[in-house]
Structures are given as C-alpha cells and as structure tokens.
Design a protein around this ligand. Structure first.
Ligand SMILES: Cc1ncc(COP(=O)(O)O)c(C=O)c1O
Length: 342
C-alpha cells in the first residue's frame, strides 16, 4: 500500500500507477496496453471532442474486513456500457474484456486502494471514445478506444452521511423525452454541469432534475433519487433516468430488510410526504438530503416551495447504507453474489 495521506481523500483527481487502453481496429479488440502517463495522443478531429461521442462507467473496488479486494457488480456496468455504446452506435467491449480490464486496472493500482478502516474505495472509470479523424455525423465503427482509469476516493459530498441541500431546476432539463437520459453518455453531463455550477454558487450541493414531459421527479445530476415513507422505499421510474446500479442494489436490500419497494412516478408535491429523502449512486453511495428548494428559475432568489427532511441521516437510510456497504466491505454475507473477489 502506498505511503499516502489517506485523510485527504475526497472525490477528486489524483495520479495513480497506470491506465489501461485497448483499441478496436479492423473489426476486433487488440491487446490491452498499460501505460504510466495518464494522457493519450488523440487527433483534434476525434468526434468524441466535437460531438460528444463518448460513454463511460463508474464502479468501485473495496478492501474488505478480511483483507480481500472486492469489485461491486462489474457485470452490471459492463452491460450498461453496452447499452450506452448501442445508443451511440459504436462498438463496445464484451463483458469479459470489460471485467478483465477492470480487474487488471485494480491490480496494477492496488497501492492506491485505501485501507479497510477508512471505508473508502478505489474508483474505476471505464471510458469509450472514438479516435479516428472525422467531421461527419456518422458513428465510427473502427478506431474505438476503451480505457480504464482508477483513483482513490473518499466521500463525494465531503463528509459521509451528512445531509445535503439541493434545488429543483425548473429552467434546465437534463434529458430529452426520447433522448439519452437512460444511458451514460458524456453529453448528459455537459447538460447538467452548468446547472449544478449555478446551484453550488447558491450554497446547494446538487440539482434535482424534473422529467421534461411530466414534470415529475427524475434524478440528481449524478445520482438517483429515493424517498422513504414509513416502510416504503420509493424511487422514480422513467426512460429519462439513468438506471443506477446502486439503486437496483438498494431496492433488493430494502426488500431483504422487509421494506416495500415502489418504482413509479413521483410528483413534486409528494416530496412533502416523505420521512427521508436521499441520493444514491456509486460515487455518493447514499447521501441523505435535508432540503429541496423548488425554484422557477435556478438563478433567481425566489424559492417557490421548500421541502425539509431530518438534518441527520434518517434511520431507514442508515440501515440501507450499512447493509449495502457491509456487503461491499465483506462484513455482511453477499447472498446475491454481487462482489467479484480478486
Ligand atoms: C446521472 C446519474 N444517475 C445515477 C447515477 C448512479 O448510478 P450508479 O449507481 O450505477 O453509479 C449516476 C452515476 O453513475 C449518474 O451519473
């Protein structure tokens, strides 16, 4: 393990040992290359730079209580990347190559996997881009590059389980009704990033986007939404929402804990009926939400409505968090076989 100052761990760039690349050329994936510099040589005519022809994934490796290294549900990320690449119309690595490169990336960067007692992780970021020079709006079928990069991460929000303040953006949409909301393509984040920046300047941690058609709750800029009502775990369902692997896991965990799971439309007015609200995702894990302001215009001072929740993580959210992370750190039996042990 590297002699690092692990106490500074948050969710930001740091240099690790190696990055992996693999090129799809002449109809097949070539050898996996490992390199130390984290820069690549890319033509300025790459459609990934101009047209957002890129997709990516995010997953984590954990050092368990038993010293073993676990990667959480890489098969799910492999399949979601296939759906993202399918949406873009470009070739994608199969599950075997995807998982093999994730495992190799963790092994080569194992120095950067934080110790168990920090309850941190090594974040794995698989990326798919196009590398041939072109100015045409036709998806490339050759010269596709698959890369896997890693970085040690702590809490996304700052401190673990500290509730955050968020705001509904009524004058920004993250996804179009028949657009790319349900896949993990770069353009989605270009859409959401400025809104998040405006919100952060006003003291919020994140933006809650509404469905562009129904104006029901969709999701946060990089996490799904869930609400707890008594014994019920409620989460929105729409084709504009990214199907979160954390949310999928939490729905199972909630059921295992005897809760009722509802995946359905959630109207903004229903926000006043939840006992607890949270974000869920690989980066945020579970991050409780203490406030949702509803603003007609994100930049405006006027708040049309406000929804408040406990200023400490609620009991149900905590139970879900402890169970999910318990499985990831090898403390709780992985009865659904979610973890790949290295
Ligand atoms: C828009 C969006 N929604 C939800 C999530 C959570 O998905 P997952 O739990 O698979 O990380 C992410 C993060 O990947 C995201 O970017």
């Amino acid at each position: 393990m590297k002699n690092m100052d692990w106490t500074q761990l948050s969710f930001k760039y740091s240099k690790t040992n190696t990055v992996l690349t693999c090129l799809y050329k002449d109809g097949k994936w070539g050898p996996v290359q490992s390199q130390t510099p984290d820069s690549i040589n890319l033509t300025v005519f790459s459609p990934s730079l101009h047209y957002g022809m890129s997709c990516f994934e995010g997953l984590k490796a954990f050092r368990g209580v038993d010293g073993k290294v676990r990667i959480f549900r890489p098969d799910e990320n492999a399949r979601r990347m296939q759906s993202s690449a399918g949406f873009l119309g470009i070739p994608c690595p199969d599950e075997e190559l995807f998982q093999r490169m994730c495992i190799q990336a963790v092994q080569e960067n194992i120095d950067f996997l934080p110790p168990y007692d920090l309850r941190a992780a090594l974040y794995i970021r698989p990326i798919l881009i196009t590398t041939l020079p072109s100015i045409n709006l036709v998806p490339q079928q050759d010269g596709i590059m698959f890369m896997v990069i890693t970085l040690p991460v702590g809490s996304y929000a700052g401190t673990v389980l500290d509730p955050i303040k968020t705001v509904i953006a009524r004058d920004y949409d993250r996804a179009a009704p028949n657009g790319s909301g349900s896949v993990k393509v770069g353009g989605n984040y270009a859409c959401a990033m400025n809104a998040t920046g405006v919100a952060v300047k006003q003291g919020y941690k994140d933006v809650l986007f509404l469905n562009p058609e129904t104006k029901n709750i969709d999701e946060f800029s990089s996490a799904n939404f869930f609400g707890i009502k008594g014994n019920i775990y409620v989460t929105p369902c729409a084709k504009t929402i990214l199907p979160s692997i954390t949310n999928k896991s939490l729905r199972q965990v909630a059921q295992d804990l005897g809760m009722v799971v509802e995946r359905r439309d959630v109207a903004v007015e229903e926000l006043s009926t939840f006992n607890e609200v949270g974000q869920c995702g690989t980066a945020v894990v579970i991050t409780p939400v203490s406030l949702i302001d509803d603003k007609v215009a994100l930049g405006a001072d006027k708040v049309a409505a406000s929804y408040s929740y406990p200023t400490e993580c609620g009991a149900r959210s905590l139970e879900l968090y402890n169970t999910l992370t318990g499985i990831q750190y090898g403390e709780i039996e992985d009865k659904h076989g979610w973890c790949t042990i290295l």
